[in-house]
Design a binder for this molecule. Sequence first.
Ligand SMILES: *Cc1c(COP(=O)(O)O)cnc(C)c1O
Length: 405
Amino acid sequence: MDQGAFFIYADNAATTKMSRAAIDAMLPYMESAYGNPSSLYRLGQEAKEAIENARARVAACLGCEAREIYFTSGGSEADNQAIRSAALNGAKKDKKHLISTAFEHHAVLHTLKQLEKEGFEVTLLDVGSKGLVTAEQVKAALRPDTALVTIMFANNEIGTVQPIREIGAVCREAGVPFHTDAVQAAGHLPIDVRADNIDLLSLSAHKFHGPKGCGVLYARRGFPLRNLIEGGAQERNRRAGTENVPAIMGLAAALEEACAGMDARAEKLNALSKRLIAGLRKIPYAELNGDEFQRLPGNVNFCFEGIEGESLLLLLDDKGIAASSGSACTSGSLDPSHVLLAIGRPHEVAHGSLRLTLGEDATEEEVDYIIRAVTEVVTYLRNMSPFWRDLTTGKRPHVFAEFEV
Ligand SMILES: *Cc1c(COP(=O)(O)O)cnc(C)c1O
């Protein structure tokens, strides 16, 4: 697509551009080594060996064994399989209680909703105004009949990072399986499934410069994984269907690349977000969403009073900035983001949210351009808004202070 002379992609939490290394790792498996890994001739065995090599490399990035890695069609499938497996295992022992949080990705929340209809009981922990849960909250919610705790590593909208290791320790002590949706964290934050006490973990290639439609479910050795998809014997009988060999190769290359450059990138992105947050805070009646420090590098999410998120996005697009309001999954629906409601934002403010997720090649100049553009667009939209007039004339009370302290 021709983006014109000027284009800033600031929606890396929705998806990322594929890296050269990931594309290069995929091409041979489309052009020449295209065999079916289940075939016995050399062309097939070549593909099979490539997958096993990718599995070992992914395992090394996560600190586990290759046989604990299952390739899936993405983060959503991995979340579904992890949660359904633990629920089925629990139900066999009459354990039908599941613990999660109110601001999970819909791949988790909708699976839990469905399980509720199937007779499970779900406790959703409060994430507070900062968008953080504590291990103590998890401990207090555990019951003798708890079958699973599932808590996301980092939130996809507001970027807050949870104390995963402590939560994992509480679950391990209680003997309850712990799943984490690490789709936003993988390749961006250090993960060591052993040290972090994680039994089940989901990740997705397209969130760290790999291809779309490919993910991983890590399941700790001995955890009885259940099939979502029945068929052939692929993935040690746990996920039927001919393997997406090129995508698996792209995933492994992208994950290795992301993990190798993680610290330097995080440092750069943290400095850029700090600059962006400081700039946007100069806009009156605006607040940062989620804890300022316990967040993903490059994630900046604000609410502006008197603004419709959709109009803001369209006008920013005209200025060459690709951003999002809420998450990619909630746009197109008129409901405000469940994440912003979970941190206690009132409906009228939750509608006026903006998520900017910077990529590693962003510059200070681009950040300054974003600050100018958002300031201009917010001012323009407020000047046309009858709702804003009510706020300025005192007909309606402000939700935020003029400036955050
Ligand atoms: C993107 C995302 C998913 C879904 O992953 P897909 O590979 O797109 O299915 C799940 N959880 C979180 C936190 C995400 O950001």
